[in-house]
Design a protein around this ligand. Structure first.
Ligand code: NAI
Length: 307
């Protein structure tokens, strides 16, 4: 049986937003790798509306049909009581919790000067506050058992940039900082925290237009970077084989896995008797100018087709 022999044997994992897309594939692979899985999904539309447990139930049933163990939870990650309940579901069903995958997400894209406060708040609620709430609900258990692994989905939209996603980018970069903070604060309890910036064909990016043959050809290629390609990295990070891995950010795109950089000082000037605005203009600007980052988007940095 998978659960006795797999890389995640004896582990209990909670995967949020696991009714579809990337979360579904992570839940399925974790289940097949021996983990007992709580499949959480509120069953929302892409913009975060509506609720249905049926997708999560299908995923749990698929895990069970393959010989694994899974239960469902339909709470929203954006509510503290819901986050508590999904962790409690793991404790009630399986007696413990070893891994939290913060994957649930919604999109409310819009160009910044037209972005509404409601769209800003909705995205921050689900991604950033949701990742905090679910992580926080699991933290006492991780602390008590002196072990646990967090895997958070960040995005190159936040790490690098993208048009029309101020809410999402801010939330996703916030999640990278949340992950690092958890890694620092809970390292003493043998708790690890890492991020994955996935690239996958899912409903989140399926709205790319296919009006021209070139666009159509590109979309056909993009469709090959399936959500299933993200799952092995998440399962590895949940396992004891990753015990030395914490505070890291990985990007995963089809068959490529990247270790992402984290900000460090890039250039330095020093002025013994202090800076004035004029001196900054005269001395700092020419010294730093060549080191300034161009206004790149994720697609400028990951400019080749997925391989
Ligand atoms: P998806 O839309 O297919 O799946 C997200 C799931 O989260 C849905 O099943 C939805 O019902 C659920 N959900 C939404 N709000 C929820 C809430 N409040 N509580 C619980 N569940 C909730 O999206 P996809 O593409 O699978 O994305 C998964 C994660 O990966 C997200 O965090 C996303 O931001 C991130 N990501 C995805 C990329 C991609 O290329 N697909 C790129 C970068 C990041």
């Amino acid at each position: 049986m998978a659960e006795e022999t797999g890389m995640l044997a004896s582990k209990v994992a909670l995967v949020t937003g696991a009714g579809g897309g990337i979360g579904r594939e992570i839940a399925l692979l974790m289940g097949a790798s021996g983990a007992r899985v709580v499949v959480n999904d509120v069953g929302a539309s892409l913009a975060g509306e509506g609720a249905s447990l049926s997708a999560a139930e299908e995923v749990a049933e698929t895990i069970r049909a393959a010989g694994g163990e899974a239960v469902t939870n339909g709470d929203s990650v954006a509510e503290a009581a819901g986050a508590e309940r999904m962790v409690q579901t793991a404790i009630d069903a399986f007696g413990r919790i070893d891994c939290v995958v913060n994957n649930a997400g919604i999109l409310r894209d819009g160009i910044f000067h037209k972005m509404s406060e409601a769209d800003w708040r909705a995205v921050i609620e689900v991604h950033l506050n949701g990742s905090f709430l679910v992580s926080r609900a699991a933290a006492p258990h991780f602390r008590k058992q002196e072990g646990g692994s967090y895997v958070h989905m960040t995005s190159t939209s936040g790490l690098i940039g993208n048009f029309g996603q101020a809410n999402y980018s801010a939330a996703k970069l916030g999640i990278a900082a949340l992950s690092k903070s958890i890694a620092l604060d809970m390292g003493r309890y043998n708790v690890r925290s890492n991020c994955i910036a996935p690239f996958a064909w899912s409903r989140m990016i399926s709205s790319i237009p296919t009006d021209t043959p070139e666009q159509e050809a590109r979309v056909e290629k993009l469709k090959q970077m399936t959500p299933a390609k993200i799952a092995p990295m998440a399962a590895f990070l949940a396992s004891d084989a990753a015990k030395e891995v914490t505070g890291q950010i990985f990007a995963v795109r089809m068959n490529e896995i990247f270790l992402m950089s984290q900000p460090r000082p890039l250039a330095k000037v020093h002025c013994g008797d202090g800076w004035t605005p004029e001196r900054i203009a005269d001395e700092l600007l020419p010294a730093f100018r060549d080191s300034f980052y161009p206004l790149e988007r994720s697609a400028d940095v990951f400019h080749w087709d997925p391989i």
